[in-house]
Design a binder for this molecule. Structure first.
Ligand code: NAP
Length: 262
């Protein structure tokens, strides 16, 4: 009976006492992951580009009784990412979970985009994952293991037209996830990628509603739009000890988008 009660409490708060760092935590999927992690018992470092946005998320967590810290910075800069990892170590005494989630989604074919646009997309969407892993892994090694989750995207599996840089960056994230999983499995560090389809977030707010509805009707056979908290629920599971034997994998949450040929 006692054991069952302990297990139930464990399931209700599957990340109890874990220190987590989430980049791009100020909005959309990152915000939902921060809130879900805090609800699952994690201490959360909310990292992002805009201090006002991450402060609001932190306030929401604090109001609900969670422990939280914020760090503003650019995920494409090594020094900023080191500061984010440092905040987790200083505030919470370790780093158990890193979510490399911050990203941008520029559009354009290779002839349409500039060299600068290409470089920015690769830096924010792919280099950031390299930097996050590079600076989090030594801390995880010191504390006996950890979990890295990378928000990729279905366009990293198969691109849509006009998303050249984004599709290349996200494909890179998927294979980098596998490389990290292989290189650090012996340190009990797991690394998995999440590939959302079209999710309702500030990133997709700008999409013309008619174009969005056409895309959803044609490519996402389950009706309705994927919500950020549905992606966050998957992240909670993958970050928890329930997923202790899962690493190097890509988890698609796309309402059926990748299931077939359209
Ligand atoms: P979002 O609401 O725009 O969130 C992206 C977050 O990343 C924002 O908080 C943004 O900060 C932050 N960010 C951007 N560049 C940054 C930088 N250089 N340094 C630090 N933070 C930076 O979009 P989202 O939809 O939640 O996207 C989250 C992740 O999911 C991204 O990697 C995206 O590619 C991926 N994804 C989204 C979808 C979708 O349909 N929404 C589908 C597949 C994959 P600011 O707000 O301050 O700019």
């Amino acid at each position: 009976m006692g054991d069952r009660m302990t297990q139930t409490a464990h399931c209700a708060r599957p990340l109890a006492g874990k220190a987590a760092l989430v980049t791009g935590g100020g909005s959309g999927i990152g915000r939902a992951i921060c809130l879900a992690f805090a609800q699952a018992g994690a201490h959360v470092v909310v990292a992002g580009r805009t201090l006002g946005k991450i402060a609001l998320v932190a306030e929401e967590i604090r109001t609900n009784g969670g422990q939280v810290a914020t760090v503003a910075g650019d995920v494409s800069r090594g020094a900023d990412v080191q500061a984010m990892v440092g905040a987790a170590l200083e505030q919470f005494g370790g780093l158990d979970v890193l979510v490399n989630n911050a990203g941008i989604s520029p559009s354009g074919s290779v002839t349409a985009i500039s060299e600068a646009e290409w470089d920015e997309c690769i830096a924010v969407d792919l280099r950031s994952v390299f930097l996050g892993a590079k600076y989090a892994i030594p801390a995880m090694q010191r504390y006996g293991g950890g979990v890295i989750l990378n928000t990729a995207g279905t366009f990293g599996l198969r691109p849509a037209r006009g998303k050249a840089a984004y599709a290349a960056a996200k494909a890179g994230v998927i294979n980098l996830t596998r490389a990290i999983a292989l290189d650090y499995a012996h340190d009990a560090i797991r690394c998995n990628a999440i590939c959302p389809g079209f999710v309702a977030t500030p990133l997709t707010e700008g999409v013309d509603p008619a174009e969005r509805d056409r895309f959803l009707a044609q490519y996402q056979p389950l009706s309705g739009v994927i919500q950020a908290d549905e992606v966050a629920a998957l992240a909670v599971y993958l970050a928890s000890d329930a997923a202790r034997m899962i690493t190097g994998q890509t988890f698609v949450i796309d309402a059926g988008q990748q299931a077939g040929i359209y």
